[in-house]
Ligand binder design. Structure first.
Ligand SMILES: [Zn+2]
Length: 314
């Protein structure tokens, strides 16, 4: 029997069926924009049926964005999911919809790092920090081979550590957090503000009225656009400072950097972060490797299937 993993995102839902460590089926659909949590439960149910085929799944795991309580399968807060205005017990609701199949739920970044730890860029390492640079900046921590959640589920949230005292406003309301410098949404706000003040940038032209996607940043950078170059320099510096601080505090020697923006900007971007972080370490002989995530788009769903395996007692 297969384990099913679901990566629940703000725009799409990705599903995989895992046999051992091998992906034997995958499918995706758009995240319903109407109907809130119940519509999402329906959509996940359809995807599970699609990837499981004729056999009943052994267990289902879901990686959900936002604040998740894995002990109860509750999505406590999910600002990126439309219509999710209060805590929702996704695990029990989905288990009901699937006729009693065990369901485990964890944060999407946590499961993404779990997958990298089991079969990706962090395989064979006991201690690793994961930094996922996309719309925001997510973080996760594996210590002594186990995901570290923390009593309030906030362990590893590196996007909200201060890198500039009294610095730029973060999406969470505080100032100077890493996400305010390295998250794609924050960089877009900054680019549009600079453009309005007369610092013309192709970022705004390429994005037009739509979102400034990761590929827009990548193209502007390739064209040598001064604002894009500066924003990416700031992002690299902020990431390096936060990562070096975390590495010193936890004595870790491996950091995996993934997420939509980091994937798009590629290994060169991650190498720049590694080089900048190396200059900020405490112990002169400390070696810190900062490497790109290896599993790409399916990483989150694979990690969710691994969580399902733990729930099924494997
Ligand atoms: Zn913040």
């Amino acid at each position: 029997m297969a384990l099913i993993g679901i990566d629940l995102g703000g725009t799409k839902i990705q599903a995989v069926a895992l046999d051992g460590t091998e992906v034997v089926a995958d499918a995706r659909s758009r995240t319903p924009v109407q109907g809130g949590p119940l519509a999402v439960v329906d959509a996940i149910g359809q995807l599970v049926a699609k990837v499981a085929g004729e056999v009943a799944p052994e267990a289902v795991g879901v990686g959900a964005p936002g604040v998740v309580d894995p002990s109860t399968g509750t999505v406590v807060r999910a600002p990126n999911l439309r219509g999710w205005v209060e805590p929702f017990t996704l695990g029990p609701a989905l288990a009901d919809a699937l006729g009693g199949v065990p369901v485990a739920v964890d944060n999407d970044v946590n499961v993404g790092l779990l997958a990298e730890h089991r079969s990706g860029a962090a395989a064979g390492t006991d201690d690793v920090l994961g930094v996922f640079v996309g719309t925001g900046v997510g973080g996760a921590l594996i210590l002594d081979g186990e995901l570290r959640h923390g009593p309030r589920g906030g362990a590893g949230e590196i996007g909200h550590v201060v890198v500039v005292r009294n610095g730029r406003r973060c999406g969470c309301g505080q100032r100077g957090h890493l996400e305010a410098y390295a998250g794609r949404a924050a960089m877009e706000r900054r680019a549009r503000a600079l453009d309005e003040r007369g610092r013309q940038t192709v970022l705004v032209e390429l994005a037009t009225a739509r979102r400034m996607t990761s590929s827009v940043f990548s193209r502007a950078l390739a064209a040598g656009d001064a604002v894009a170059v500066r924003l990416i320099e700031d992002a690299v510096a902020a990431l390096a400072t936060a990562i070096a601080s975390a590495a010193v505090l936890l004595d870790i020697s491996l950091v995996v950097v993934g997420g939509g923006l980091a994937d798009r900007l590629g290994p060169k971007f991650v190498r720049r972060v590694e080089q900048a972080a190396a200059g900020e370490l405490f112990l002169p002989d400390a070696s810190l490797r900062v490497v790109p995530a290896a599993l790409g788009d399916l990483g989150g769903a694979i990690g969710a299937a691994l969580v399902a395996g733990q729930a099924a007692g494997r």
